[in-house]
Each structure stands twice: as C-alpha cells, then as structure tokens.
Design a protein around this ligand. Structure first.
Ligand SMILES: NC(=O)c1ccc[n+]([C@@H]2O[C@H](COP(=O)([O-])OP(=O)(O)OC[C@H]3O[C@@H](n4cnc5c(N)ncnc54)[C@H](OP(=O)(O)O)[C@@H]3O)[C@@H](O)[C@H]2O)c1
Length: 260
C-alpha cells in the first residue's frame, strides 16, 4: 500500500514527495507517545513525507515527531507555523506577529524538532483583520523573509491568508506553499486554490474531512465517505497536498489508501 506516483508527486520545499501527507495536530494533549509514535512511524513507512505541525500545538507534538522519526529522511518536509503564541497548552491560541515572538516560536520548533533550519514554515494569519494589534500582514511576511535569510527556515509558506494577501506576498518573494481551510463541503477558498494552481504553489487544505460536514462526493467503489473526500481533494487540483489529521493507525492507513 506504499504510495508512489499513483498518489501524485509534487515538488514542495525543495523535495519531491507524495501529495498525501499528515497533519500532526491530533497528536497533542491526551495522545501520549504510545499513541503518537506508531502513527508517525507508520505514516513514514507508507510514504508520507509532508508532516504539518506547530510549536503551539504543545511541545509534546514536536517531541513525538523527533522521537519517532529522527534521524529524519532527507526528503521529509516538516512544515511548522509562525504567528501565534499561547501561555500554555491549555490556553487559547493568540495571534502574535511580533518579530521577537515569531523568532521565539521558531527557536522552540528547531530545539524540540532537533533541526538547524525548519524545512517549511507557514506564516499563519488569523483572519481578515490586517493590521492586527499594530502588526500588518506585510510586516509579518518581512519577518518570515528575515528568518529565512538568517537560516532559521528553508522555505516560507502562508496559512489562513486571503487571496489579496497571497498576491501581495507572491509579488515580493517566492511563496513556497499555502495552507488554508478547504474541503468538498467548504469551497469558499476556491479562488485562492485556483491562484495556487495557476502559479504552481502547493496548497495544503486543512479541515479536509469537513469538520463534521456530511456532504460527500461520489468516490470510487468501496471508498468510505472520508476516503471520497480525500480523493476529491487530490483530484481537484495537481497542487493539493493533503494533511489529514488522525491519532489512529487504522484511520491513517484508510486515509493513505484514498491516495494510492
Ligand atoms: N494552518 C492552520 O491554521 C490549521 C488549522 C487547523 C488544522 N491545521 C492542520 O491540518 C491538519 C488537519 O486538520 P484537522 O485535524 O483539524 O482536521 P481533519 O484532518 O479534517 O480531521 C481530523 C478529524 O478527523 C478524524 N479522522 C481522521 N481520519 C479519519 C478516518 N479515516 N475515519 C474517521 N475519522 C477520521 C480524526 O479523528 P481520529 O483521531 O479519531 O482519527 C479527527 O477528529 C491538522 O493536523 C493541522 O496540522 C492547520
């Protein structure tokens, strides 16, 4: 069941990898190492090479990744996020685009993941409000480019961005990827996906399973609803890179089978 060209390969963050990746957020909190490590190792065994994470999911998530997967394979794209802070794992996430905070988050990523430079980091903007707390999207993108120049991150992506923000950033420097909410049941970000498709920018839809939505595309015979939603996302553009999240090996295997 290992993935190959059938799932489609894509160039992202300087690596050529299968388009079916994995989102690590479900491994936070209650999912201890006995749950998280088998999921991560099985993902790699099955060919996953894009793992979406964030220091602000709690250090335990990045710690599980480091413990399960070090030494990292050269083609692994660990994709993190910048632009938020949290007082503790149990506290809500606050947008924070101050250069000091963004560098502090990057330090947490690099320390816990054991990396000199993070392969890919998404500037996670929170919504429409720009500027937010005195910081503009453009100034936060400047900080990302500065962190890249400092050797802290290899490639800069964007997350939760509007098409207007993406266009502005794209005009200034290469945008390595975009990660916005998109699924069969919620296609409001279609114009951004179309821009990414036209410009060859990998697009990582989060919430791919629809967050409880029940509408499901017609899949191949024998596919579950979840698999049909994932297959639909792979089919809707050659630039989608899926990061479905799960804390279950069984669900992971089912998700990857949707792309084989
Ligand atoms: N950039 C951003 O702002 C942002 C925001 C949200 C998420 N993300 C990223 O996107 C990734 C995915 O997002 P998400 O986890 O919020 O949503 P998701 O991938 O759409 O759905 C995850 C949920 O679906 C369940 N699930 C997964 N596979 C299943 C299967 N085969 N059958 C039945 N249920 C299944 C999981 O439960 P089980 O654990 O029980 O399988 C979990 O409850 C996250 O891990 C995170 O890395 C990014």
């Amino acid at each position: 069941m290992t993935m190959d060209a059938a799932a489609g390969m894509i160039s992202i963050a300087g690596r050529t990898v299968p388009r079916m990746g994995f989102g690590a957020m479900q491994l936070r909190g209650a999912a201890g190492p006995e749950t998280a490590l088998p999921v991560l190792r099985r993902a790699i065994e099955l060919g996953v090479r894009v793992i979406d994470t964030a220091w602000f999911y709690g250090d335990d998530v990045n710690r599980h990744i480091a413990e399960a997967l070090q030494p990292y394979s050269a083609d692994l794209v660990l994709a993190t996020k910048a632009g938020a802070s949290t007082a503790s794992n149990s506290q809500p996430l606050c947008p924070d685009y101050s250069p000091d905070q963004m560098r502090a988050g990057n330090d947490r990523d690099r320390t816990v993941l054991g990396l000199e430079a993070v392969p890919l980091t998404h500037l996670r903007w929170t919504g429409e409000e720009d500027p937010y707390d005195g910081m503009t999207f453009d100034s936060a993108f400047d900080t990302m480019l500065a962190m890249q120049a400092e050797g802290r991150i290899e490639y800069v992506g964007l997350s939760n961005v509007t098409l207007a923000q993406l266009r502005r950033a794209h005009a200034r420097g290469p945008v390595a990827s975009v990660s916005n909410m998109f699924s069969f049941g919620n296609q409001s970000d279609l114009p951004t996906l179309e821009f990414c498709t036209a410009n060859g920018i990998p697009y990582l839809p989060f919430g791919a399973l629809g967050y409880g939505a029940t509408d499901t595309p017609a899949g191949k015979p024998g596919m579950t609803g979840v698999q049909a939603r994932l297959a639909w996302l792979l089919d809707c553009s050659p630039v989608t890179v899926l990061i479905p999240g799960t804390s279950s090996v069984e669900h992971l295997e089912a998700n990857i089978a949707a792309g084989v």
